[in-house]
Structures are given as structure tokens and as C-alpha cells.
Design a protein around this ligand. Sequence first.
Ligand code: V0D
Length: 256
Amino acid sequence: MVFSKAKTPAPTASELDMTRIPAHVAIIMDGNGRWAKARHLPRVAGHQQGMQTVKKVTIAASDLGVKVLTLYAFSTENWKRPSTEVNFLMQLPIKFFDTFVPDLVKNNVRVMVMGDQAALPAATQAVVQKAIADTAHCTGMVLNFALNYGSRDELVRASQQLARQVKAGDLQPEEITAQTMAAALMTAPLGDLADPDLLIRTSGEERLSNFMLWQLAYSEFVFVDQHWPDFDGESLKQAIATFQGRHRRFGGLKNQ
Ligand code: V0D
């Protein structure tokens, strides 16, 4: 007893406080390869199934009243994978939009993308731009894909942009603040909602892997053992219940 912490158990998903849904949920969608391996399937089958999970979880998050859902789809380091796998991954936005843009519009979900788009194959860039355009009028949840994204790359680019402004005489060094920094990051278009309230990583790994290093400074982290293709709306609710349990015990900087 001496060594056990008195813990308030997280509420079950069925008793979520709908007035305290995290506004911005970010997810590292890990475990597609392991999911496939466990079924003696090729890795790409895991990515294919993972894309179906993206659709289900997007609708579940929108239904719960999440305002921004950021999904880490492809990191700047993922180019090191075998070219057959990279090529397959680059087709996924195309498959995703052929089958899912009408559902996004029906659910009033707007697509945004952060990361270095210029390095993606032209066909992938085109379909991503079309999805952004086709959902530009939607006023509900923002579905923000991190695509060829790396947080150090983001911070380097932001620093270069601020340095250029200083050199041009448009900015004083003292004017480099948390605010001007945030305005130079890829999440700037999200405004007040740029910082995730909740980060979820699937598949049991407990690392950030170069994801939103600046924006996650005050976020709650929830790690779940399920592989991404096994994650679903119930898993999302459970993670949000865990988030709400933590906030009940410690209070937070925001939403109090
Ligand atoms: C594989 C599991 C949706 C994680 C989910 C190119 C890795 C499925 C997209 C997507 C991927 C991205 C941008 C966009 C529309 C859809 C996606 C990639 C991988 C990397 F505008 N799923 N998805 N993109 N996977």
C-alpha cells in the first residue's frame, strides 16, 4: 500500500464529459506493419487497413465534437523504407480521396495538410490539393494530415523565416517570441487550436518520433497498445476518458 499511488480511475468511455472534449487531438498512427506481420500479410496490407481506420476515426472524432484531428501519416524519415512500400504509401491519399471526400463533405470536415508537399509525387500533390479545395467550404472539424512532416524540419524552416525577416529589417531580434515563433510554424493556420490537447500513439511505443515538438509542450500523452488498424471509435473515446480523468486530478493551464 505504501508504494501504490491513490489514483482516480479514468471514467469509462460511456461516461465522457461532453463539455470537456479535447479541442485538438493528434495521433501517431503506429503499428500497421506489426498488425500485418501478425497476420502473415505484407506490410502494405497493414497500411491499406490503416487507411480504413483513418476514415472511421475521423467520423468518430467529428461526432464527438473534436475541432482539429491531426494524423501523422508520413514522416520525413519514412523515405528510408523500401521503395515499394514508399510507392504504395504515396498512392494512399489517392485511394483515400476517391472513396472518402463525399463523406468528409457530408460531415462538414475540412482537410488541411502540413509538411513538405513539394517532395511528394506530382499525382499525390494534386489529389491532396484537390481534397483541400473540395472541402475548403466545410466549417466543422479540421482533418489535418502531417504528410512528409518532421518537427525539427519545421523548427529549422521557422527559424530561417524569422532570420530572413530580421535580416530584411522587418523584425527586431527581441520580437522573436513564442508568438512570432508559433506564427512561423506549419500549424499557424490553426490559430488558437495549433497545440494538441491530447496526443495518442498506438502500438505501445512511447516516443514522439519528431512529431510536433513545439506544439506538444503542454499536451496530455495517452499511449495505447492496440495497433493502428485495430483502433476504433471506442478506443478514441477511451483515450479521451483517460485524458478527462487526468485533467480532473491535476487541473490544467487551459479549459479550467
Ligand atoms: C498509412 C495509417 C490517409 C498510417 C493510415 C502518404 C500510414 C494510412 C492518408 C492521406 C496513410 C494523407 C493525406 C491526404 C489524404 C489522405 C495517408 C499516407 C499514409 C502517406 F490529403 N492515410 N494515409 N497518407 N496511411
